[in-house]
Design a binder for this molecule. Structure first.
Ligand SMILES: Nc1nc(=O)c2c([nH]1)NC[C@@H]1CN(c3ccc(C(=O)N[C@@H](CCC(=O)O)C(=O)O)cc3)C=[N+]21
Length: 298
């Protein structure tokens, strides 16, 4: 079977150009969207993402405010910064890069972000709104996955979806979104008795467990659509570092109908959806209507 490679990089580029157009017309009305990104500590991978977010934010015509804090920053200082940004009218969205250093209580930090500025959609209010079908901010990675699925498959009604992983930032919100799209959804995880059997039922498989190349060819229903959320840095046979997903891409792609690559799949869509969420929350904060092309934010 010839699989379709879902080109996240190019879908993300198209999305960013639509966002830039919208930002341009907002600026003509005197509204200049602004995104604040806070990075605590010096994790090299996080630094790469934060740099890339800042660059793309500016390319979309938005203001980017970056805060790089030392690894030993006290929780109180971080809470104070968030409180200041909550009150700052030039800041529409606030993102605190996760994971945080161990001495900081992640839940307390997420809870401190004003829900209407929570561009990641991690605040319990937004998670609750997503579950009840309200005006939530949808977490960027699941939103990007959904856009690629709709781009590939159109209507998802009645399809059987299996989500591997139950994290608050990917697995659970992904399942909520797919339920909203009328899929029949299973969440499988490390304690699922036969994970392969669950996967073999899936028309749509979302792999978000952080285990390099876990999903094998014989786990796949022929023709299934595979979304690989994993970003794992491993050493290849020559001891060079390379990025792989949670899916054994070379072999699974022989059997799937469509599959996202790593890199170039979910990653670029995550950043594009961060910009999209910044736009959406800016429109909401200004009581402006959300354009029709922005899916799932009505
Ligand atoms: N509050 C918060 N929100 C996040 O959205 C968030 C976070 N914390 N912490 C870390 C994770 C990870 N994440 C990625 C974004 C883009 C790529 C990306 O663009 N990846 C490229 C490859 C980049 C490379 O080469 O390392 C790709 O897949 O093509 C990856 C990972 C956002 N995250």
């Amino acid at each position: 079977m010839m699989t379709n490679i879902i080109d996240g990089k190019s879908i993300a580029a198209k999305l960013r150009s639509r966002i830039a157009n919208e930002v341009e017309s907002l600026k003509q009305q005197g509204i200049h969207p602004g995104l604040a990104v806070i990075l605590v500590g010096d994790d090299p991978a996080s630094q790469v993402y934060v740099r890339s977010k800042g660059k793309q934010t500016k390319e979309a015509g938005m203001n980017s405010f970056e805060y790089r804090l030392a690894d030993n920053t006290p929780q109180e200082a971080l809470l104070e910064l968030i409180s200041k940004l909550n009150q700052d009218n030039s800041v529409n969205g606030i993102l605190v890069q996760l994971p945080l250093p161990r001495h900081i209580d992640e839940e307390a930090i997420i809870n401190a972000i004003a829900p209407q500025k929570d561009v990641d959609g991690f605040h319990p209010i937004n998670i609750g709104l997503l579950s009840t079908g309200g005006k939530a901010t949808i977490p960027c990675t699941p939103l990007g996955c959904l856009m690629m699925l709709k781009d590939q498959l159109g209507d998802l009604s009645g399809l059987k979806a299996v989500v591997l992983g139950r994290s608050n930032i990917v697995g659970k919100p992904m399942a909520s979104l797919l339920i909203k799209e009328n899929c029949t959804v299973t969440i499988a995880h490390s304690k699922t008795t036969c994970i392969e059997d669950e996967c073999r039922q899936a028309d749509i498989l979302i792999a978000a467990v952080g285990k390099p190349e876990l999903v094998k060819e014989n786990w796949i229903k022929p023709g299934a659509t595979i979304i690989d959320v994993g970003i794992n840095r491993i050493k290849d046979t020559e001891n060079n570092s390379k990025l792989v997903g949670d899916v054994d891409f070379i072999n699974v792609s022989k059997k799937s109908g469509a599959i996202t690559p790593v890199p170039g799949g979910v990653g670029p869509m995550t950043i594009a959806c961060l910009l999209l969420n910044t736009l959406t929350i800016t429109l909401r904060q200004n009581n402006l209507s959300i354009p029709k092309w922005i899916i799932n934010q009505e």
